[in-house]
Design a protein around this ligand. Structure first.
Ligand code: BES
Ligand code: MN
Ligand code: ZN
Length: 493
């Protein structure tokens, strides 16, 4: 695990293996950003011009590795672009891009704008998130080890900024936990195993953890979890994580979709849609990561998290299209497509979470391909039964740098979910607006008077493309920091 420290030393003489230096772009070419002033002098004022000569402009996403010819103590300088005026997310991304490029280097220091606690946290967090690698299944030592020791250089190093690096560490470790879970192949992460990990990690962080096994789920009336999980030799689990604080005035409930593998069931997916469905537990991952983070930060709030864990496989015991299941809420559901399974486990989780009388329920799920059609790979969709809550979730996600956009829940879509024999069908009569129909379906299981938001992160949970900023390939840990941010917004002091 990578560590981050704070130091007020001059970057010019700081002993490290690579010095990361921020540059801003502008009409006169790249110029050293705050925190990098002394470096320019160490290079006789020629650093910016030399960088410009190799094509570096200081735009976001750019990096240039330059030899130092003894001008500074570190043997390597990594210039990173910050754009014209970087915000917190700009700093996080720049730090992440630079640190990611240094995999295989033991130590790195960052001379980026870090004058306030907010900036120190952004630099530290981006750097830590960028220092992520998943090599558990590599025999040959590739990919290279992430940077192990990071130092944020800040002339303002003090108590408040020290706290910022601690907070960044908690956030980054929560995200890394989620990324590891998402990256784990389904042969090594089935519902009971996930529940076991939640038990260990949760208890260690100070959470109370309860696990319902398949028998308890059956006896308890959790027809959705049982129905989705019944085709697999690895039976379903429902995990309840809880955290309480003596000064808490509010209770938040998070519910995560935790399909450890989604083959589609008897409504089998085509091969090209299936090979990344180990990531279909990203919502449950985010809920676990958030609860662990909230507990470690000691936020003055009560929080409960539900992990709806099942494996969706076809077999002789699998549920069939046209089966009717009895949900935990008492409503019956006709399963017309076994690949619309996420909503079936969430309906039970949401109805159960409502019994905790929370001030707000937020569910998180890799729920629909339609989310990716609508908003692409990096923007999650937020739906809610309360406009102010929807906008709050969008705002908190935006502040965390996790793209999110508000979406409607058009009433007229409910009719499309009518079933000729049950209270509701699990898929709509027509495919258009599939992300919204899924939201409308879930809303049916939110009791009257309970505030609820739904986050569909089918695209953002897993990066099939190239790494960017602090985001690696594979599991991203998306929405984990948004949930922690929501808890902070609801904290009593
Ligand atoms: N897990 C998938 C959704 C998904 C798709 C997540 C792509 C991540 C990337 C979900 O269970 C699913 O299969 N949804 C179906 C619903 C349909 C049958 C109504 C879909 O979106 O195609
Ligand atoms: Mn599915
Ligand atoms: Zn799914």
């Amino acid at each position: 695990m990578t560590t981050v420290r704070l130091n007020s030393a001059d970057p010019v003489s700081f002993d490290t293996d690579a010095l990361i230096v921020g540059f801003r772009s502008g009409p006169e070419g790249p110029r050293p950003a705050t925190g990098a002033e002394t470096l320019d002098a160490a290079f006789d004022g020629k650093l910016a011009a030399s960088l410009a000569a190799v094509g570096f402009t200081g735009k976001p996403g750019e990096i240039a590795k330059v030899p130092v010819f003894g001008a500074i103590t570190a043997p390597l300088l990594v210039a990173v672009g910050l754009g014209e005026s970087p915000d917190a997310e700009g700093l996080r991304r720049a730090a992440g891009t630079a640190v990611r490029s240094l995999a295989g280097t033991p130590r790195a220091a960052l001379a980026l704008p870090a004058a306030s606690a907010e900036e120190v946290e952004a630099v530290a967090l981006g750097a830590l998130l960028g220092a992520y690698g998943y090599s558990r299944y590599r025999a040959n030592g590739e990919p290279k080890e992430p940077v192990a020791e990071l130092t944020v250089l800040s002339a303002e190093a003090a108590k408040a900024t020290e706290h910022a690096t601690e907070r960044a560490t908690v956030l980054a470790e929560s995200v890394a936990l989620v990324r590891d879970l998402v990256n784990t192949p389904p042969s090594d992460l089935w519902p009971a195993k996930f529940a076991e990990i939640a038990e260990t990690t949760g208890t260690e962080a100070g959470l109370t953890v309860e696990v319902l096994d398949e028998k308890q789920l059956k006896d308890g009336g959790y027809g959705g979890l049982i129905g989705v999980g019944q085709g697999s030799a690895n039976p379903p689990r429902l995990v309840r994580l809880s955290y309480t604080h003596p000064e808490a005035a509010k209770t938040l409930a998070f519910v995560g979709k935790g399909i450890t593998f989604d083959s589609g069931g008897l409504s089998l997916k085509p091969a090209e849609s299936m090979d990344w469905m180990k990531s279909d537990m990203g919502g449950a991952g985010a809920v676990l990561g958030a609860l662990v983070g909230i507990a470690r930060l000691g936020l003055p709030i009560n929080a409960v998290g539900y992990l709806c864990l099942a494996e969706n496989l076809p077999s002789g015991t699998a549920q069939r299209p046209s089966d009717v299941i009895h949900s935990y809420s008492g409503k019956t559901v006709e399963v017309l497509n076994t690949d619309a399974e996420g909503r079936l486990v969430l309906m039970d989780g949401i109805a159960r979470a409502a019994e905790d009388a929370p001030d707000l329920i937020v569910d998180v799920a890799t729920l629909t391909g339609a989310q990716i059609v609508a908003l692409g790979w990096r923007t999650s969709a937020v739906m809610a039964n309360d406009e102010a809550i929807r906008e709050l979730v969008v705002e908190v996600a935006g502040a965390a740098g996790e793209g999110a956009w508000g979406m409607p829940l058009p009433e007229e879509l409910r009719k499309g979910l009518d079933s000729p024999i049950a209270d509701i069908a699990n898929i709509p009569a027509e495919r258009w607006g599939g992300m919204l129909s899924a939201g409308i379906f879930l809303q049916e299981f939110v009791p009257d008077g309970v505030r609820w938001a739904h986050i569909d992160m089918a695209g953002p949970a897993f990066n099939k493309g190239e790494p960017h900023g602090y985001t690696p390939k594979g599991g991203t840990g998306a929405i984990t920091r948004t949930l922690i941010g929501l808890a902070e917004r609801h904290a009593s002091i």
